[in-house]
Write a protein that binds this ligand. Structure first.
Ligand SMILES: *Cc1c(COP(=O)(O)O)cnc(C)c1O
Length: 355
């Protein structure tokens, strides 16, 4: 077998991208809120069904921007079962991450354990929709309302997901989406923030453009986190095909389910009926403790699966025992729109043979 990676970036045809970037050679406008940027922003607002959206050069700086522009302080309750970016963003903003354990059912933050962690210093809850599975948002909002906390979602995995007929970008006070090359929807590198309070529009603008608001006016100590025209053009192209991409992913996902559901030594991620999923990842929990061996054997067969998420982002892993257990037994299998069903079958048969 040729090497199969855990993911492969979605791309438009070469011709389609060339066509999209052609006018950049006319305008010579490469970055700083150009036509492509504004067009992508308009289209994404529509696709995600939100009023407020700000584009960023990547998802991580978008998340840092939320924490900075919302002027949070003290402690933020979050999950250790995530990509390190989530925790880094909290710490780099001078905030203290308070790690809540996760739930065995959906690998998301355990909403029954949040309230115990709240102190007078808590300013926000920052859950992650892990693998694109929506967290139990009603309970989280209830807690946030009771204690007057902000809710910020790391929705890096959740582009296009719908829960209870609500497009996921509308949950909480703000959500961060990553458009990194490895995500379901990509702009090469890129990201966005969707948010409730329109006052933040100007704050995000200052944050990502050095605080510059006019040729001679700087009103904030901002950073540089703008999305450029080539990123935006890639986004415009990829967005044309996103529904097709997700439906191809769904077929592959379902083939994995068909093959692996009957196997009782593994536990699969379960999509609730109230969710329209984006088929972002295919995590498998090995209940018999042989995750590392299976990962190694797959590698010998040129299949690169990944231990998402191992290691955890907290240092005291004993304080989050379920997250610790899952991180030691989870393996994310290859899943992308052009993965063939034959390859899915081969991957599954290697796993089943070696369980
Ligand atoms: C990808 C990812 C990020 C960071 O996004 P970038 O666009 O790569 O900066 C943050 N959180 C999670 C959970 C991610 O998977």
């Amino acid at each position: 077998m040729d090497k199969i990676f855990v993911t492969q970036s979605s791309m438009p045809s070469f011709e389609e991208y060339c066509d999209e970037i052609k006018d950049i050679w006319e305008t010579k406008w490469l970055t700083n809120f150009g036509e492509k940027h504004d067009e992508l922003k308009r289209q994404l607002k529509q696709y995600l069904a939100v009023k407020n959206l700000s584009l960023f050069t990547n998802g991580h700086l978008a998340l840092e921007g939320i924490l900075e522009c919302m002027e949070l302080s003290g402690e933020v309750i979050t999950t250790p079962y995530t990509f390190v970016s989530t925790t880094n963003a909290i710490i780099r903003n001078g905030l203290t991450p308070i790690f809540c354990d996760i739930s065995m059912d959906d690998f998301n933050i355990d909403v029954t354990k949040i309230e115990n962690l709240i102190t007078e210093n808590t300013s926000a809850i920052l859950p992650v929709h892990v693998y694109g599975n929506p967290v139990k948002y009603k309970k989280i909002q209830e807690i946030a309302d009771k204690y007057n906390l902000k809710v910020i979602y790391d929705a890096a995995h959740a582009f296009g997901v719908v829960v209870d007929n609500i497009k996921i970008a509308n949950l909480g006070d703000a959500s961060m989406f990553s458009f990194h090359a490895t995500k379901v929807f990509n702009t090469i590198e890129g990201g966005a923030v969707t948010f409730k309070d329109s006052v933040l529009v100007q704050k995000f603008h200052k944050y990502k453009n050095f605080g510059v608001v006019g040729p001679e006016t700087i009103t904030y100590t901002g950073t540089n986190a703008k999305m450029n025209e080539f990123q935006s053009a890639m986004g415009i192209c990829n967005l044309r095909h996103i529904d097709m991409e997700i439906s191809k992913r769904k077929q592959i996902y379902n083939r994995y389910i068909e093959n692996l559901l009957p196997i009782n030594k593994i536990k699969l991620n379960f999509i609730p009926e109230n969710v329209i999923y984006n088929y972002a990842y295919f995590p498998v929990l090995f209940k018999s403790g042989n995750r590392d061996k299976i990962c190694e054997i797959l590698m010998q067969h040129n299949v690169v699966a990944r231990k998402y998420f191992y290691p955890l982002t907290n240092t005291n892993v004993a304080e989050t025992p379920i997250a610790n257990y899952i991180s030691q037994n989870i393996l994310t299998l290859p899943l992308y729109s052009d993965l063939s069903l034959t390859d899915v079958d081969k991957i599954c048969s290697i796993i089943v043979k070696n369980l």
